[in-house]
Design a protein around this ligand. Structure first.
Ligand code: DGJ
Length: 768
């Protein structure tokens, strides 16, 4: 509900209120964001000073108590007394850069305004508040948008600036969202990392000064994901105030969090101003990407649950949105570049036998590609490896009852390629300068219409001819040397944003043309894991790192803002290719099952008993697939607070599955207790209701038993728990489990929990 009364705007969602007002001099004063207020007095929330600040700048001599620097506002500019980072910076050719936007009018409409080439959230439930501000002197108008619904707590925001004058204006920053908060003692949570260790949770108290969370590599990046959270000092996974923010953008972003000398927090999120200047021509407008914010008083999980629902229902789209995603096999870590049709078909046969539904052909199938030095851009089959072409392979896979998926990296070009020979000027480079190189490859200039049009046509032909059911869209390098060759039409400051618009243009065209294809985003693992990508592709490859322990950290951090329905998670070989860590096939499955399951290993080389295990895993996953992919995902305890155990839950009204992982085995410890936070995880049960609890039957990895192996029968399985229990008991007293392996007594009665091991528990309602 959006309410506008006497200059006060109240945006009410089911559980939250966002309130601001037209204040003195037309300044938009931010009043409150938090738990829903069904009634309030706006005047009691105003932050305007009642005594002077000695040395601060007052708005003007008639408003001597209006200090912009110590006011919470909805929008800010430099040069009028606000000394914090501000939401907009712009200048004219004559150097004039002081801006002062004041309230003009507003409108409330049902629906969502068009985003002019940028991705947009969607949903009939949204209404939009548009607040118009006018520069006091200059011919500039600003529009602030707030998308609000009665069904979701997520509020979407963005801004648009219009140049109504006859001179160009250079926009150096335009935040999508400014959020001023009154809490100096809150924490900032970010997801930081790099290749193979994406989205590690970093949680620290706010300190005076500015913290920048950004990307300058051209894509949203793995260094710092665009999603951040602010959290009250006492907030936990299950309780306390948390605000989550995320930007719907795949390029360079910046989230600045500033704690001012007066103890106010200011968050700005948007396109990274460090790599951006936009020449706003006369009579034209510029729109900043959308950003989403969620407040919850139910801790980090409360915020995540809302974000997950929003991503699933208002960001992801198309026929695949609510469909259960296929279990896939990917040949990358099985073969790397070394494969031929026969080898692929062998892998496909084994995959089919164990219940896999989709075969994904990864890098190396095109041009002359035998390694990563050639052929990007030549999107036709390598005749030596695939003598029957892609169509031949695809039809054989289809005959076997498998779907066919194809890897592409359409934004790139290799120097050794026919495309580069024909169009050397399509590569991003600066004339007379040798361009920087990443993974032996270069980026195509997708700011150019002719290049994006070519690629839409080229990939369309590929998808039509190969009858692909799935596309893995990769992107394996950072940007450098940006320049639009042969043209001075754009300023360099526009280049990276124009590239991102080109990326969205191609995605828009291809996903519209091939609505039934399931697209999975990828960028050297999870280097472009963002909501912009998810507006076009329903899932993203989470990380190249599939190590059993690292994946717990990576999926944990990712789950703060992204649901498991968008996370590609594969079971790969042991020792793991990224970490050399040895782990059991069951443990690797237990972690990968909390996402979109795939297998990425040479299944043809596995012994038959291991294939039986995989068959059983896939059967179990398919039975619980809706829960694993679309159930409510909840984090319980974790390694992050210094613990040795981690618990994840997925639940719906009827079922719940819990992962219990342990990092290091410590012998001779007290018995574990199985305690499951049913209600917090979304499984509603009366305390006196009896539930059925069982453990997933797992094969013991005999190779990890050493000299004790002979004491176990070949087919002996793990815990074998199956009991009924009162819901209330399960939530608090729990079930005391058998002792872990300790090296003494009858070890056949113990739970085998070596380092990095996992168990899975299932809770069902009892059939009456
Ligand atoms: C990087 C991806 O993350 C991998 O999964 C794989 O597709 C390689 N690229 C192929 O080059």
């Amino acid at each position: 509900m959006i309410e506008a009364k006497n200059g006060v705007f109240n945006l009410a969602t089911p559980n939250t209120s966002y309130i601001f007002k037209v204040g003195e001099c037309g300044v938009l004063e931010h009043l409150y964001y938090g738990k829903r207020l069904d009634a309030f007095d706006a005047e009691l929330m105003s932050n305007v000073q009642n005594v002077k600040i000695c040395d601060a700048t007052a708005y003007d001599k008639d408003h001597s108590l209006l200090f912009l620097d110590n006011l919470m506002t909805e929008f800010s500019t430099e040069g009028r007394g606000d000394y914090r980072l501000t939401s907009m910076k712009a200048s004219y050719d004559n150097g004039h850069s002081v801006l002062d936007f004041v309230y003009e009018t507003y409108s409330i409409t049902h629906g969502i305004p068009s985003m002019e080439g940028l991705p947009s959230v969607y949903g009939d439930e949204f209404s939009t508040l548009e607040v118009v501000l006018k520069e006091r002197l200059l011919p500039l108008r600003l529009r602030l948008y707030y998308l609000v619904s009665d069904e979701k707590d997520a509020i979407v925001r963005f801004s648009r600036v219009e140049n109504e004058g006859s001179e160009d204006v250079y926009i150096q920053a335009l935040a999508s969202l400014q959020l001023d908060v009154p809490n100096p003692d809150w924490n900032l949570v970010t997801l930081d990392g790099a290749w193979a260790r994406e989205r590690m949770v970093c949680d620290r108290p706010l300190r005076p000064g500015i913290h920048i969370n950004d990307s300058k590599t051209g894509a949203s990046g793995a260094f710092h994901n665009p999603a951040i959270a602010l959290k009250a000092p006492n907030a936990t996974e299950f309780q306390g105030d948390v605000i989550g923010l995320n930007l719907i953008y795949s390029g360079n972003h910046q989230e600045s969090v500033e704690l001012s000398p007066y103890g106010r927090g200011r968050v700005l999120t948007g396109i990274n101003p460090n790599t951006f200047t936009w020449r706003l021509k006369a009579k034209s407008s510029f729109t900043a990407p959308q950003a989403v914010m969620v407040y919850s008083d139910k801790g980090l999980n409360g915020m995540s649950h809302e974000m997950h629902r929003f991503v699933n229902e208002n960001v992801c789209r198309g026929p695949w949105r609510d469909k259960e995603r296929p279990v896939l096999v990917n040949n990358w870590e099985a073969t790397y570049f070394d494969f031929n049709e026969e080898k692929l078909l062998d892998l496909a046969d084994t995959a089919k036998d164990v219940g896999i539904e989709l075969f994904v052909l990864d890098d190396g199938w095109f041009g002359e590609r035998e390694n990563d030095t050639t052929s990007l851009g030549d999107w036709t089959a390598n005749g030596r490896k695939l003598p029957n072409g892609l169509a031949g392979l695809s039809s054989k896979l289809h005959e076997k009852g498998l779907m066919f998926g194809i890897w592409i990296e359409p934004e790139m070009v290799s120097e050794k390629s026919r495309l580069f020979e024909r169009h050397p000027d399509w590569r991003i480079a600066i004339p007379n300068r040798k361009p920087g190189v990443g993974r032996n490859q270069y980026i195509l200039d997708w700011t150019r219409e002719d290049v994006t049009d070519y690629m839409i046509a080229c990939i369309s032909t590929l998808l039509e001819e190969s009858k692909a059911n799935y596309v893995k869209w990769d992107m394996n390098r950072f940007f450098s040397d940006f320049n639009t060759q042969g043209s001075d039409k754009y300023f360099m400051g526009e280049f990276l944003h124009r590239y991102v618009l080109g990326f969205y243009k191609v995605l828009e065209a291809l996903t519209a043309k091939f609505p039934d294809i399931l697209f999975e985003g990828c960028a050297s693992g999870g280097n472009r894991f963002d909501l912009g990508v998810l507006c076009y592709m329903n899932q993203i490859w989470t990380s190249d790192d599939t190590d059993v322990l690292m994946r717990q950290f990576i999926q944990w951090g990712t789950s703060f803002f992204y649901p498991q329905s968008v996370m590609g998670c594969h079971v790969s070989a042991s020792p793991n290719h990224q970490s050399l860590r040895i782990s059991s096939i069951e443990d690797r499955f237990n972690v990968a099952a909390f996402g979109i399951l795939g297998y990425e290993m040479d299944l043809t080389r596995l012994p038959s008993n291991e294939l039986d295990v995989i068959k059983e895993q896939i059967r179990f996953y398919k039975k619980n697939r809706r829960l694993f992919q679309f159930g409510t995902f909840t984090r319980d305890i974790s390694y992050f607070n210094g613990g040795n155990n981690l618990k994840w839950l997925v639940a719906d009204e009827e079922h719940l599955v819990m992962l219990d992982a342990c990092m290091l085995n410590v012998p001779n410890m007290p018995n574990d207790r199985l305690v499951i936070p049913l209600l917090d995880a979304g499984f509603n049960a009366r305390g006196t209701e009896r539930l059925l609890v069982s453990s997933r039957a797992q094969r013991i990895d005999r190779s990890r038993l050493g000299d004790n192996a002979s004491k176990f029968k070949e087919d002996q399985r793990g815990l074998g728990l199956k009991t009924s229990v009162y819901a209330g008991q399960l939530e608090s007293a729990g079930i005391v489990l058998g002792q872990r392996f300790t090296g003494s007594g009858d070890i056949r009665l113990t739970r085998i929990r070596p380092d990095f091991s996992t168990e899975m528990y299932i809770v069902d309602r009892m059939m009456i």
